[in-house]
Write a protein that binds this ligand. Structure first.
Ligand code: UDP
Length: 341
């Protein structure tokens, strides 16, 4: 079975690509490398291409017999989405329509789509379940919600089969140390705290300590990227076994505050660093914790790396290794397919 991994050079996509390969799937990774990294595509065939260009997607479907698609390719900076909504709607929504059009033309009707807890906005109840209202509070969340609706409409009209996976806070790195998180610019808490621990930044800023939470800092549900990857494999098998199109939360069901993350980093790295409390970052809900009961029951998902220290440990090991990789610019094996060049 051959699967297309759009955005497979990015953080979560590259981990899913690795898992797919381990389970014996043939993968074709399609990525424009705007935010993805060529070095992260160590498995399968790599095609440099852009979902903006329908002909480039066509060329992949002409050349390979694609049975299912994983779609990770999206912009995901919440703040930027507020400043430049057009960029987000085009990239995340219009480009997805391009992909769906080509899939339809080639009779490929299975897709696993990366969505987000940001589609829920400010939730009234915690933990968040899939049936709760979705009221995003930023354009990024709206783009993901728009695609969720598009998929459902395509299902009804054209028989598309989909699984929507709503991630909570993806964190950690490949436990085997081959790939990990590498955003530029980096805005996520754990890699930034690790930067402070490594002495690459003078301090870590805590955005708000006056929230209505036990220690005043924001609470999030951090989920190990390897556990996320496993859920994607199960989602594919679910569709292969004629499972009905559906949406699933993917989180640990455990809330960890910003200050608790900082403590975990200090414990794991055995390094001390400066912590500066600053004002709130706009658009941050106080608490985001999901219920993943549906994914456990229906997909049979069972996260393994549930402890925040385990998540931070893998992130730290990768963080140290990545510094060295950046110095040597090691490139992955020669698995590139020059479609369209
Ligand atoms: N955060 C922080 N300092 C930072 C980066 C993030 O205090 O330098 C907080 C942020 O306000 C949020 C939590 O850490 O409450 C997780 O933020 P992140 O950007 O990692 O993920 P998000 O929850 O926005 O998806």
């Amino acid at each position: 079975m051959t699967v297309l991994v759009c955005g497979g050079a990015g953080y979560i996509g590259s981990h899913v690509n690795k898992q797919l390969h381990k389970e014996g799937y043939e993968t074709v990774v399609f990525d424009n490398l705007v935010y993805g990294h060529r070095e992260a595509v160590k498995w399968g065939t790599f095609v440099k291409g852009d979902l903006r260009n329908t002909e480039e997607i066509e060329a992949v479907f002409e050349r390979y017999s694609i049975d299912a698609v994983f779609h990770f390719a999206a912009y995901a900076y919440v703040g930027e989405s507020v400043q430049e909504p057009e960029k987000y709607y085009y990239n995340n929504v219009v480009n997805t329509l391009n992909l769906l059009r080509v899939m339809k033309r080639h009779g490929c009707n299975r897709i696993i789509f990366s969505s987000t807890c940001a589609t829920y906005g400010e939730s009234e109840r915690i933990p968040i379940t899939e049936d709760m209202p979705q009221n995003p509070i930023n354009p990024y969340g709206f783009t993901k919600l728009a695609v969720e609706h598009i998929l459902e409409d395509y299902r009804k009209a054209y028989g598309l089969e989909y699984v929507v996976l709503r991630y909570f806070n993806a964190a950690g790195a490949d436990p085997e140390g081959e790939i990990g998180e590498d955003h530029d610019p980096e805005t996520h808490l754990i890699p930034l705290v690790l930067d402070a621990a490594a002495g690459n930044r003078p301090d870590i800023k805590v955005f708000g300590t006056d929230y209505d939470t036990p220690d005043g800092s924001c609470v999030r549900d951090y989920i190990h990227v390897a556990d996320l990857a496993q859920a994607h494999l199960l989602a594919l098998q679910y569709l292969q076994n004629e499972g009905k199109s559906s949406c699933f939360n993917l989180g640990n069901e455990e809330g960890t505050s910003v200050l608790e993350v900082i403590d975990a980093v200090k414990r794991v790295t055995r390094k001390d660093f400066k912590v500066t409390c600053v004002s709130r970052r706009s658009g941050d809900p106080a608490v985001l914790v999901g219920s993943s009961e549906k994914a456990r029951k229906v997909l049979g998902w069972s996260p393994k790396y549930v402890d925040i220290d385990m998540i931070v440990k893998d992130a730290w090991e990768w963080h140290q290794k990545r510094g060295k990789l950046h110095e040597s610019r090691i490139i992955a094996s020669d698995n590139i397919d020059y479609i369209g060049e």
